[in-house]
Design a protein around this ligand. Structure first.
Ligand SMILES: Nc1ncnc2c1ncn2[C@@H]1O[C@H](COP(=O)(O)OP(=O)(O)OP(=O)(O)O)[C@@H](O)[C@H]1O
Length: 886
């Protein structure tokens, strides 16, 4: 690496003013000084090179060469303007320099003028280059070299042609000299003004070569010579002006770093050697540092990854918690309260739970098997009875024993005939389908389809209007039935407890919304019906009165009702189905569904409690005083509806139609407009959304099989499955299910019966799910419905002895997955029938029930009994198993 410094010494003045004389002396003394310096610095090695040119008539000549060929000027970006092929002599000593100066003097163009016998006719530039390096670093490759240049410039003198008396060659030389000097004067003047404008370096070879010395990175000294003669005053004045401008020029001399090719090659070679060494020896210091840095980075990455994983886990946990909270939402409040309440009341309510379950009611009056130990487990996952409320509990609160049974007990016969030999497993049947299927799964699913506002507007008064007046008698009737059907003292006492609860509620004389033990609006609210009539529990209950029990049980806030797609937990159990307990217990299965005149009378009295005149039905029916609306529904027929409809009593007809819920198209066609108008008015008047729901369920038409026969098979299967599901949910008697299933097997003409059945069940489900429940009614209805089912099962249990021989029994047991070595096989089988909703199970159940109850042949059965031709007129001669009400 070289360090470059440039210096220049000019001699400017008119001809014969002593420029050459002066510069010769300066050059000589400079060389002497330089050599003195070299002598004083022996530690450094100096190399002096010398070159000399002249610019004669704008041509560059090498003064150290005998060749007079003009030299070209080259522009180098680093070194500036250089002279091509210039001879550069390395000085051996100062004598050598003197010899060269002598050569240059000899080579320079000199001419005789009038003013000077040895007038210099060219500009002479002597360049002395001095390189110095420290001797101690020589040969190690890391030494630096200082390079300095000194330009000794002897300009030709400006002259007047008149004064020099030049002509010819001399005149030409003089013109070139003056032109170049004029350019030098311009450059100096421009430089003295600053470097903003254009500086005409290239207007002459003199200024072009001296560019760096004049205004660049160099130290420059200008010696102006003048003649004292008066005759040269004008030239002297010009010289002074030039000198004045030159003094204004500011140069910025710096030491320049110049990388020579040789030095560059050395530098690159050293760098290459270093890199090769690192590659050959990875364990070198640099590589080691790099490896350490990589290890540190890896550790940092691992640490960050660990932190990231932790954060992701925390995020997942929080997200799952949030999801749970969102899912549960208000339901969580219920469940929490429920769980808490269960803890608080489970002991005291255990007896109540038993009474409400079918299995709890299925005491050992028929088989002698007691289920009391399991009743609690059963109901612990189904319903919780507190002092004031009844509500479902999700199975999460089930005791472990029950959960284990649920998980292990394969209650899916006949497709999975692996029933437990434990007779207690029967408990799992109704409970599994009620608590696990409805309460747990469906309940959880329903939570997400709660319609919050659908039935918010319903009031207790409106609910009163929709309940039959004789509801209040139901408690007593239920009590009687319970005593008859459940002879065991403990369960009798429990039923009585339920009845007392209902009675307590009713005695309050108004609709109650029960809150206790911290239960808030999120808890279940049961409502009872107050017909306004006095109730004397000691007064005998008029058995002729057809009692329809309703129980509305909502697992949500009263303001939260289930959507239409949700399954409602309610039942309307026809006490008349087993209204005469004694008769029922003694009546053969094929007789229990038979219409009786007494029953029809009850219907009439319920329909027309005052004057037994259908036309007397008026708006008071909706006042809640004298109406047994659901009874009207269940026992009225289309024929009678048609008969009853008249312009004067349209509303009665509509009421009947609403309650009928059959929603037959023919009725709609005849009275659709009136119905629509009435429903609208009634809804507006009462603000009841329930009526709208009723209308929707009962009136909406669906495509019939006749309209689209090609779709009927698909629609039939779909509707059949829906009906089966509704049977299951509404605790429809098994004999009814059996008859219906065997009777309607896909005949397109049967679509209306399917539709009626479906709508009837759907209405019961949807309309009552929208209403608040009454605790007492719920208890009694639950007990009644489940008890009826249990009685049917007991009936089947007995019928097996009569209808099945030993071989048949074994085949049936095997088919239903009952272990032949287990005990109470008949009981097990009776508890398995009609417990599932898959078609294979349905077919097997229907077949078995039909065989056991001597059910009438489907071809002989009357389809009309299932909907169309119901009449209020008694048909004692017909075997009746039709749908009445539940
Ligand atoms: N300081 C001085 N002392 C004694 N003699 C001098 C001095 N300066 C110049 N001279 C003499 O003056 C004469 C002219 O000098 P010189 O050649 O140096 O002039 P110049 O400016 O170079 O002229 P030109 O421009 O024509 O070359 C020379 O003979 C020289 O010896």
């Amino acid at each position: 690496m070289d360090w470059l410094l440039t210096a220049s010494i000019f001699a400017y003045g008119q001809t014969s003013s002593g420029k050459t004389y002066t510069m010769t002396g300066i050059t000589e003394y400079s060389v002497l000084d330089i050599y003195d310096y070299i002598a004083k610095h022996p530690e450094r090695e100096f190399i002096l090179r010398f070159s000399a040119i002249e610019i004669y008539n704008e041509a560059v000549r090498d003064l150290l060469s005998h060749d007079t060929t003009p030299l070209r000027l080259l522009d180098d970006p680093e070194k500036g303007t250089t002279v091509e092929k210039l001879t550069e002599e390395t000085l051996r000593d100062k004598d050598h320099l003197r010899d060269l100066l002598t050569v240059c003097e000899a080579q320079r163009q000199i001419g005789e003028t009038a003013l000077n016998e040895t007038s210099s006719r060219s500009h002479q530039i002597l360049r002395l280059t001095i390189e110095s390096s420290a001797r101690q670093y020589l040969g190690r490759g890391n030494s630096s070299t200082l390079v300095a240049c000194v330009n000794f410039v002897d300009l030709a003198g400006s002259e007047r042609a008149s004064q020099t008396a030049s002509a010819g060659v001399r005149l030409k030389e003089g013109s070139h000299i003056n032109r170049s000097l004029l350019t030098l004067g311009k450059v100096v003047r421009q430089l003295s003004k600053g470097r903003n404008g254009h500086i005409p370096y290239r207007d002459s070879k003199l200024t072009r070569i001296l560019q760096s010395s004049l205004g660049g990175n160099a130290r420059t000294a200008i010696i102006c010579t003048m003649s004292p003669a008066r005759s040269h005053i004008e030239q002297s004045r010009n010289t002074l002006l030039f000198a004045t401008c030159a003094k204004e020029v500011v140069t910025n001399a710096q030491v320049n770093v110049v990388m020579s090719d040789k030095a560059l090659v050395k530098h690159l070679q050293r760098e290459l050697a270093r890199l090769e060494s690192e590659m050959k020896f990875p364990g070198s210091a640099s590589c080691t540092s790099h490896a350490e840095a990589l290890r540190e980075k890896d550790a940092q990455i691992k640490k960050l990854e660990k932190q990231l994983n932790e954060l992701m886990e925390e995020r997942d946990i929080v997200k799952s918690q949030l999801d749970c909270l969102l899912r549960s939402d208000g339901d969580d409040h219920d469940d929490n309260h429920t769980a808490k309440r269960w803890d608080e009341h489970s002991r005291s309510s255990r007896s109540l739970a038993r009474n409400t379950s079918e299995e709890a009611l299925s005491v050992s009056d028929t088989c002698g098997v007691s289920y009391q130990d399991q009743d609690h487990r059963v109901f612990s996952g189904s319903y919780v009875f507190s002092d004031d409320t009844v509500f479902p509990v999700q199975t999460v609160e089930l005791p472990e024993e029950t959960r284990d049974q649920k998980l292990m007990s394969p209650w899916h016969p006949p497709s999975h005939h692996s029933s437990s030999d434990n007779t207690g497993s029967y408990h799992m049947k109704e409970v599994a389908f009620r608590s696990a299927s409805e309460v747990s799964e469906e309940h959880c699913r329903e939570v997400q389809c709660i319609d919050i506002h659908e039935h918010r507007g319903i009031t207790s008064h409106e609910f009163d209007l929709l309940l039959p007046q004789d509801t209040k008698f139901q408690t007593l009737e239920l009590e009687d039935i319970s005593r008859e059907a459940v002879p065991q003292p403990d369960e009798d006492q429990e039923l009585e407890s339920i009845t007392n609860k209902t009675k307590t509620v009713e005695d309050s004389g108004e609709v109650h919304q029960y809150e206790s033990n911290g239960i808030t609006n999120n808890d279940i609210k049961l409502y009872t019906c107050n017909s306004g009539l006095s109730f004397d529990i000691n007064k005998p209950c008029p058995r002729e009165c057809l009692s329809v029990k309703r129980c509305i049980m909502s697992s949500k806030d009263s303001a939260l009702s289930r959507s239409k797609s949700c399954r409602a937990s309610f039942m309307i159990i026809p006490n008349s189905w087993f209204d005469d307990s004694e008769d029922t217990s003694q009546t053969p299965p094929d007789e229990i569904f038979r219409y009786t005149p007494r029953r029809l009378d009850k219907v009439r009295r319920s329909l027309y409690p005052k004057n037994d005149n259908p036309s007397s039905l008026d708006r008071s029916m909706f006042s809640g005083e004298d109406v047994s609306d659901e009874i009207i529904k269940d026992m009225s027929t289309i024929d009678e509806v048609d008969k009853d409809i008249s312009p004067s009593d349209t509303e009665e007809t509509i009421i009947s139609d609403i309650n009928c819920v059959t929603g037959l198209d023919e009725t709609d066609n005849n009275h659709g407009g009136e119905l629509e108008e009435y429903h609208t008015q009634q809804a507006v008047r009462d603000g009841s959304t329930t009526l709208r729901s009723v209308k929707h369920v009962g009136i909406a038409s669906t495509p019939s099989a006749i309209d689209s026969p090609s779709r009927w098979p698909i629609d039939f299967e779909k509707m059949q499955q829906e009906i089966i599901q509704l049977w299951h949910e509404c605790n429809v008697p098994m004999v009814h299910r059996t008859y219906f299933f065997l009777l309607f097997k896909g005949d397109p003409a049967d679509d209306i019966y399917m539709e009626v059945e479906n709508r009837r069940l759907s209405f019961i489900k949807s309309s009552f799910s929208a209403r608040p429940a009454v605790e007492g009614e719920f208890n009694s209805t639950m007990a009644t419905s489940l008890k009826n089912l249990r009685r049917e099962r007991d009936m089947l249990y007995k019928q097996m002895l009569k209808k099945l021989c030993n071989g048949e029994k074994e085949r049936v047991y095997t088919k239903w997955g009952i272990d032949l070595s287990s005990k109470q096989r008949r009981l097990q089988l009776s508890r398995l029938v009609w417990t599932q909703t898959d078609m294979e199970h349905i077919r097997e159940s229907a077949s078995l029930v039909a065989k056991l109850v001597d059910i009438v042949e489907p071809g002989q059965a009357l389809k009309e009994m299932f909907g169309l031709n119901f009449t209020l007129a008694p048909r004692a001669e017909r075997r009746s198993f039709g749908l009445t009400a539940w």
